[in-house]
Write a protein that binds this ligand. Structure first.
Ligand SMILES: Cc1ncc(C[n+]2csc(CCOP(=O)(O)OP(=O)(O)O)c2C)c(N)n1
Ligand SMILES: [Mg+2]
Length: 321
């Protein structure tokens, strides 16, 4: 792997700034195997998503910073994209293959979920997670494209990812490329005006290769979205702006797979997948709780979350034939 992770880890270790070892290293499951049955694919994704959450919460607990609630709500979508749906591989990223699919994490505060998913997909080494937010780390609190090849856009200021993704999708269209551009948006983030300019532009340009995933977890920082500046009726608004809209349970892998398979839309329109999620899911004390925006779990809370996640992990695939 390039990007100097080994050097970074060595320097961090020498300076004593490495985060502690996790309770056990994340299982790097990689992509869903080619030819896997749908049932096997779903089982693979379910496992990977729990592995990512196990590791993410330990990183946040160890470093004492992060946005665990909003990371957990998008983990299932991120894992489905990187391990199944996107036409992308570590080799393509390494070679800067122009035909690779792109993902822009517009809600950049969920960077840790992205990094951990990139580990699960083999894009960056697991040891890099121990440098998260440390001095000189490549893993900033918000993703930086200048530091990690697999990061397609630097994000963090809300409302910028979708406009960037519109540009990427337009470039693909002009190049007559079938590559798709995915963009992950927060629902509070949809209050940003720049998004609505981008939404108009994408429909005008008929960017069917642009696929938004709206993390409809109903919570923003410190408040419910509908109490702050309501979005509803968001699906109708997006349709009125010329987009295809698919509404799904964003924690249901079958629904995620079906929604992504329906893109690019044959109508020639961009697609917004409204993924109904819960902030903090599936951890009981965190789920749909406005406190867990950037609150940091203490050691006991991390341990409790790991118990719940391990119980889910143990049950995955039990019904499979
Ligand atoms: C332009 C801008 N304003 C404010 C912030 C600070 N901020 C970071 S996350 C967040 C809440 C975003 O809510 P939402 O989009 O629903 O994401 P979620 O918290 O659900 O992950 C805010 C206000 C920011 N990053 N950018
Ligand atoms: Mg939200």
């Amino acid at each position: 792997m390039t990007n100097g992770y080994a050097d970074l880890a060595a320097a961090a270790a020498a300076s004593g700034s490495l985060l502690p070892e996790p309770d056990r290293e994340i299982a790097v499951l990689g992509r869903v195997p080619v030819g896997a049955s749908r049932e096997a694919a779903i089982t693979h994704l379910q496992r990977a998503a729990i592995e990512v959450r196990r590791r993410s919460i330990q990183t946040v607990g160890d470093v004492g910073a992060g946005h665990i609630g909003g990371e957990f709500s998008i983990t299932d979508a991120l894992v489905t994209l990187y391990l199944s749906e996107m036409n992308i591989s570590p080799e393509q990223v390494e070679a800067c293959d122009p035909e690779r699919d792109r993902l822009v994490l517009s809600k950049g505060h969920a960077a840790n979920a992205l990094y951990t998913t990139l580990v699960a997909g083999g894009y960056i080494p697991a040891q890099s997670l121990r440098t998260f937010l440390q001095p000189q780390s490549l893993l900033n609190g918000h993703p930086a494209r200048t530091k990690i090849k697999a990061v397609e856009a630097s994000t963090g200021p809300l409302g910028h990812g979708l406009p960037i993704a519109v540009g990427m999708a337009l470039a693909a269209k002009l190049a007559r490329s079938p590559r798709r551009t995915f963009v992950l948006l927060g629902d509070g983030e949809m209050q940003e005006g720049a998004n609505w300019e981008a939404i108009m532009c994408a429909a005008h340009q008929r960017l069917s290769g642009l696929i938004g995933v709206l993390d409809r977890n109903r919570l923003q920082q410190g408040a419910r979205v509908e109490d702050t500046n309501g979005l509803e009726p968001i699906a109708d608004k997006l349709r009125a702006f010329g987009w295809e809209v698919i509404e799904i349970d964003g924690h249901d892998f079958a629904a995620l797979l079906d929604a992504f398979a329906a893109t690019p839309a044959v109508s020639g329109k961009p697609t917004m997948i409204i993924a109904h999620t819960d902030k903090g899911a599936p951890v009981s004390y965190m789920r749909d709780n406005v406190a867990w925006h950037h609150k940091v779990p203490n050691a006991e809370q991390v341990a409790l979350a790991l118990i719940e996640l391990d119980a889910i992990l143990a049950g995955i695939g039990k019904d499979a034939k």
